[in-house]
Design a protein around this ligand. Structure first.
Ligand code: SF4
Length: 359
C-alpha cells in the first residue's frame, strides 16, 4: 500500500485523525513541532511521543515521498531541484534568492493541460494532480537543503507558479496554503505567498470566497481576445471580459491587490500598441493591480517565440508608467541553468528515456 504523506494534513485534520484513535489534541501539536520546527525525517526521531502513537503514524503515513533526482545550482544562487515521486514521475521546484528573502516556486501537477503555447511545462500533458503532502514536501525538501548548509536560512516566500495550473488542483492547493501559513508550522507570512493562475474564472471566484489572505497573480499575457487566444488556448473558455469581471469580484471581495503577469514575446505582444491597450484595460483599477513584465526564456520546442529586445521591453514599460500603471520588469533568476519553467524536467525525462533505450 502506498502510504500518504503526513505533510498533507492540516493541523485540524491531524488532530481529528489522532482523536479518532484516542489521542489528545496536544499530540498533533507535538507531531507538527517535530515536522516543521525540528524537521525530523523519520517518525522514530519523535522521541517525546509514545511508542504506540509512533507505531500508528508509521503504519499509516510516510514522511518522505519525494527523492532528489537532479539538482542544478546557478551562479546567482538559484537552485533547481528535480524530485522523483513515489510513482516515478518527476517534478520541478526552484529556490530563488532575493534581497528580501528566499522564495520557492512549487509545482502543483505532474504536467499541465492548459497548453500555453510558449510554455516548456505544458509540453508534457498532465499525468495527475499532486497531493497536498507532495506540494508541502517540496518546501520541506528545500528547507532541509538549507538546513544542511548550516547557515540558518529559512524559506520566507512561496510562489505557486511551477508546473501545473494550481486552480485545476484546487482543494490540495488550498490545504497546502493552510499548512504553510499555520503558526504551528513553518508560519510563512500569507503576504509572502503568491498563487498564479492562467485564468480559470470559476475558481477565481471560489478563491476570492475562500479568502485565504495570500496574493493572487493572473497570467494575462495579452490585452485582447484575438491575441490571447493565439498564445493561450484557455482564453477560448475564459475570455478577457470574463477575466476582468472575476478580477473586479476578487478586488471587491478581498480588498487585495492582484498581480497581472505579462510575458513579453518578441514581435508578438510587445508592441507599444499592446501596452496602450493593456493600460486602458486596467485604468479604473490602477490602485488594485500591479503588472509584472516578464522577459521570456526561450525553449527549443517553441522556436516561434523569442525574447523581446531590451528597447521594446523599456518602451512597453515606459508606456504603462506614462499611463499611471504600477508595473515592474521582473528580475531574472538562474539564467545559466535551464531557466524556463519545466525545461529541466522535460530535458531530464528525455535523457532518462534515451538512457533506458541504450541499456
Ligand atoms: S504557463 Fe502554467 S498554465 Fe500555462 S501551460 Fe505552462 S504550466 Fe500550464
Amino acid at each position: 500500500m502506498n502510504k500518504n504523506s503526513i505533510y498533507g494534513l492540516t493541523i485540524e485534520q491531524l488532530t481529528s485523525w489522532l482523536g479518532k484513535h484516542g489521542y489528545k489534541p496536544y499530540r498533533a501539536s507535538q507531531v507538527w513541532n517535530y515536522l516543521y520546527r525540528e524537521r525530523v525525517t523519520t517518525f522514530s526521531e519523535m522521541v517525546d511521543i509514545k511508542a504506540d502513537c509512533i507505531e500508528l503514524l508509521t503504519e499509516n503515513f510516510t514522511i518522505q515521498t519525494l527523492r532528489e533526482h537532479v539538482k542544478q545550482e546557478a551562479s546567482d544562487g538559484t537552485v533547481k531541484f528535480l524530485f522523483k515521486l513515489n510513482d516515478g514521475n518527476l517534478i520541478e521546484t526552484v529556490l530563488m534568492r532575493h534581497k528580501y528573502g528566499l522564495s520557492v516556486c512549487v509545482t502543483t501537477q505532474v504536467g499541465c493541460n492548459i497548453g500555453c503555447s510558449f510554455c516548456a511545462s505544458g509540453l508534457l500533458t498532465k499525468t495527475r494532480d499532486l497531493s497536498s503532502g507532495e506540494i508541502v514536501e517540496q518546501i520541506m525538501n528545500v528547507q532541509h537543503h538549507l538546513d544542511t548548509a548550516g547557515e540558518g536560512e529559512k524559506v520566507s516566500h512561496i510562489v505557486v507558479m511551477g508546473i501545473g495550473e494550481p486552480f485545476d488542483n484546487f482543494q490540495n492547493m488550498i490545504d497546502f496554503l493552510k499548512i504553510m501559513i499555520d503558526q504551528k508550522g513553518l508560519a510563512i507570512g500569507s503576504r509572502h505567498i503568491t498563487v498564479s493562475t492562467s485564468g480559470i474564472v470559476n475558481k477565481m471566484y471560489e478563491f476570492a470566497d475562500v479568502n485565504i489572505p495570500v496574493n493572487l497573480a493572473l497570467s494575462l499575457h495579452a490585452p485582447n481576445n484575438e491575441l490571447r487566444t493565439k498564445i493561450m488556448k484557455i482564453n477560448r473558455a475564459f475570455p478577457v471580459e470574463q477575466l476582468m469581471d472575476a478580477i473586479n469580484y476578487y478586488i471587491e471581495k478581498t480588498n487585495r491587490r492582484i498581480t497581472i503577469e505579462y510575458i513579453l514575446l518578441k514581435d508578438v505582444n510587445d508592441h507599444v500598441e499592446e501596452a496602450v491597450e493593456l493600460a486602458a484595460l486596467f485604468q479604473d483599477k490602477k490602485k488594485k493591480t500591479y503588472i509584472n513584465l516578464i522577459p521570456y526564456n526561450p525553449v527549443d520546442e517553441h522556436s516561434q517565440y523569442q525574447r523581446s529586445d531590451q528597447e521594446s521591453v523599456l518602451a512597453f514599460y515606459d508606456t504603462l508608467k506614462k499611463n499611471g500603471i504600477n508595473c515592474k520588469i521582473r528580475q531574472e533568476h538562474g539564467t545559466d541553468i535551464d531557466a524556463a519553467c519545466g525545461q529541466l524536467r522535460s530535458k531530464q525525462i528525455k535523457k532518462d528515456k534515451d538512457q533506458s533505450i541504450k541499456s
